[in-house]
Design a protein around this ligand. Structure first.
Ligand code: SF4
Length: 413
């Protein structure tokens, strides 16, 4: 691990990043992220002292991602309560009583929504207007979240942890520092770690029976083979967590639970587990090296358009097509340029990034302010069709973002 903290100056105002060292333990998703683009991992988990006190780069909020979080949080809370009460399924009279005590599915989902909204406090990428918009959108989707949670729970089988006080069971796996062997029963949100392999993970549901262990992971997105790889990773994690699994209890089934269906596979056999273990070891070594590089390498590609740190990634802006003429009307695109002449009360001409020619007319919402000569990066502006304007017309909408460039672009020191 490197000694001093490395700084990365992207050239965007107030966005100097202090890059992290490689983590003590890697998760499945952090390894995947480094393998996609090491700079993305580094910038996402860096600290930004001039911007905010929060962890990593402030998150851009997608309502659909927040919806998934709400479903996940609601499930977690209900499954924990069912497990603590010794229920074997969501349909039993005991489970119905547990759900009633929680206030019912809609109340649980609404409370999860409120908690997720509270987590946006202080996020400089979420304006008050945008926040209200997101809150309204998600409040409208609470009935959908309720149905999703209810459907998933109806497919779930739990094994009560007999003879183990519920409170003790929770303390063992909910972030407490004492980690001991897990006995028979179901466990929601179990944190596992395999120190020797330097990996960790948080499993949605782990069920230990007399002869084997089953894992269920809930996903709110589309089916993806990556989800099964993640479960195999968890299989290796369980196999190598000597505190939680000292007796090396074998794995049974691995299930990815989607909104409408489950996909279940058998656990990898011994030789497959060994192959995955060796692969994880070399992936961890490679990820360490990539993150310790100065700077971590940027890998551009189609994934960049969804990248949460592309606003501060010089490689992205250097590699992109800066000509918006090929963007179809009503499509969204990113643009870097210099503010030129004001055209009207709410519209400005934008020049190319060298200031040499007009490229588009940008319409802005009331309240937004631009100044001639400003160098801007705009994310998610919408191309509009206006036959009355000789040139490309785009709009800075409530979901668009603008970043002001200052000084030199890119580099480490
Ligand atoms: S925009 Fe692309 S190249 Fe830049 S950090 Fe993101 S994924 Fe990497």
């Amino acid at each position: 691990m490197s000694g001093g903290q490395r700084a990365f100056d992207s050239g965007v105002e107030r966005s100097r990043a202090l890059l992290p060292d490689a983590p003590e333990l890697w998760t499945y998703s952090s390894l995947r992220e480094v393998e996609t683009c090491a700079l993305r991992y580094a910038l996402s988990s860096a600290s930004y002292p001039d911007l905010w006190d929060g962890y990593g780069y402030p998150r851009f909020v997608h309502p659909s991602a927040l919806f998934g979080d709400i479903v996940h949080d609601s499930l977690e809370r209900i499954v924990r309560a069912l497990v603590a009460a010794g229920c074997s399924a969501a349909s039993t009279p005991e489970a119905v009583a547990v759900l009633r005590a929680l206030g019912g599915y809609s109340v649980v989902a609404t409370e999860a929504l409120e908690q997720r909204m509270a987590m946006l406090d202080g996020n400089p990428r979420v304006s008050a207007t945008r926040r209200e918009q997101i809150q309204r959108l998600l409040a409208d989707r609470v009935p959908e979240a309720r149905v999703d949670v209810q459907t998933r729970l109806s497919r779930l089988t739990l094994v009560p942890r007999r003879g183990r006080p519920a409170a003790l069971g929770l303390a063992l796996h909910s972030g407490g520092h004492t980690r001991t062997a897990l006995g028979p029963g179901s466990y929601a949100e179990v944190s596992l770690r395999a120190n020797e392999l330097r990996i960790k993970g948080r499993l949605d549901l782990l069920t230990i029976s007399a002869s084997h262990v089953d894992i269920v992971d809930h996903k709110t997105g589309r089916e993806d083979p990556d989800h099964l790889d993640q479960l195999r990773f968890y299989g290796v994690l369980w196999e190598n967590d000597l505190a939680a699994n000292p007796s090396r209890m074998p794995m049974g089934e691995l299930t990815v639970a989607y909104p409408a269906t489950d996909i279940t596979i058998q656990s990898p056999d011994a030789s497959e587990l060994d192959r995955i273990t060796q692969s994880i070891k070399s992936r961890v070594r490679a990820a360490d090296e990539q993150i310790e590089a100065d700077p971590p390498v940027a890998t551009t590609g189609p994934h960049c358009v969804q990248c949460p740190v592309r606003s501060i990634c010089p490689a992205y802006w250097d590699s992109m097509n800066h000509d918006p003429t090929s963007v179809a009307p009503n499509s969204w695109f990113d643009f870097e340029g210099i503010v030129g002449d004001q055209n009207g009360a709410k519209s400005w001409w934008l020049l190319d990034r060298f200031g040499s020619r007009r490229v588009l007319l940008l319409r802005i919402a009331s309240g937004a302010e631009l100044a001639q000569g400003q160098r801007l990066r705009l994310l998610g502006i919408r191309r509009d069709h206006d036959p009355g304007v000789d040139g490309i017309v785009a709009t800075l909408t409530t979901t668009s973002e603008s970043f002001i460039l200052s000084g030199e672009i890119a580099g480490t020191r």
